[in-house]
Design a protein around this ligand. Sequence first.
Ligand code: PEP
Ligand code: MN
Length: 363
Amino acid sequence: MVIVMSPTSSEADIDAIADAVIEAGCEPSVSRGVSRTIIGLVGDVGRLTTSDLRAMAGVADVVTVATSYKLVSRDHHLERSTVWVGGVPIGPGSTTLIAGPCAVETHEQTLRAAEMAKAAGAALLRGGAYKPRTSPYAFQGLGEAGLRILADVREQTGLPIVTEVVDPADVDLVASYADMLQVGTRNMQNFALLQAVGGVGKPVMLKRGMNATIEEWLMAAEYIAQRGNLDIVLCERGIRTFETATRNTLDISAVPTVQRLSHLPVIVDPSHSGGRRDLVLPLACAATAIGADGLIIDIHPHPAQALCDGAQALTGDDIRELARIMAFFPPLAGRARAHPPTPGTTSLQGTLLLVGAGRGAPA
Ligand code: PEP
Ligand code: MN
C-alpha cells in the first residue's frame, strides 16, 4: 500500500500518518519528493483500511499496489526484455538452447557433453559444479575444480557457461567463472542468495520453486532486481503435483502467463520437469510452440554412468533429433535460433548475428 500526500499537507499530517502506521504494526517508508510526499507501507497492512487512511488529514490518495513485484512487472515496462549472456540473446526474438551435463564430473565428460550440446544447436553450456542434492550422500559437485573445467571447456568450444550457485558465500567466486548464474528450484526463496546474486554484474537464471506459485516466483525475481540486477531469466522447471508418473508436472501455461505479467524472458527445462528421457523432446516441442524464449536440457555422453540425473539426460540419437527440432521449430514460432557467439564478438555483434540470421529464417 502506498499513501500519496497532498501537496499542501503539513509535517504534522505526515507524522500523524506515520504514527498510525506504526501503531498498526507496519513500518512507514517516507519519501519526500519535490512536490509530494509518498509513504510506502512495509509489513502486514491487514489492520489498515484504505478508507480510514483516506479520511486522514493531508492524504490525497491511497494506492493498493496490486502486484508485490514492480521492477520485474510488465505494467510499467511493456516491451519484453532480452538478457544477453556472453554475447548470446535470451528474449522474444530468439529461441536459445542451453544444454550440457546436469553435473560437471570430469573434464572429458564435460567436453564431450559440450560438443554434443553444440551439435544439438546449443548457444550456451550448462553444468553444475555446486549441486543442491536432496540426499546428503549424493554427489555434491566438484566445487571450484568444476568451475575450472567449465572455463576450460568454454575456451575449447566457445560456449558461454551457465552454472548454479547454492551458497551466498560462493556468489563472487562462481560469478568470476560463470556467464550466467543459476539459482535452483530449492533456493528460489533463499532470500540471502537472491540478494547476493542481485549484487553481482552477471545475468541470473531463476528457476521456479517446485512448490511456488507464479506470484511467489516473480517476487523472488524482484529480490534480485531490487539489488540492481535486472538481467534475470526465469525458468519453468515443473512443479510438484499429485502425479507420480513424472518427476514434476511441467506447468506449460506458466510460460504465456508469466510473459504477460513480467517483461523478463521465460525459458523451460523439460529435463527436470519430466525427469524421463522419453519426455524431454516432446516437452521441448511444446515449450517452443507455446513461445518459450529458450530451453535448458541435460545431455550426457554416458547417461548410465552419470553421477546425477542420468535418467533424463539426452544422448546418441536424441541429440540428432534435438538438432532437428532446433532447426525447424523456432522459425515456426516466429523466432531465430540463437547462435553461440563467434570468437571475439561483443553483445552488439551478437545482435547483428541474430538480425543477420533473420527473424523466422531457418537456422
Ligand atoms: C539443475 O538444473 O541441475 C537443477 C538442480 O535443477 P532444479 O533446481 O530445477 O532441480
Ligand atoms: Mn539435475
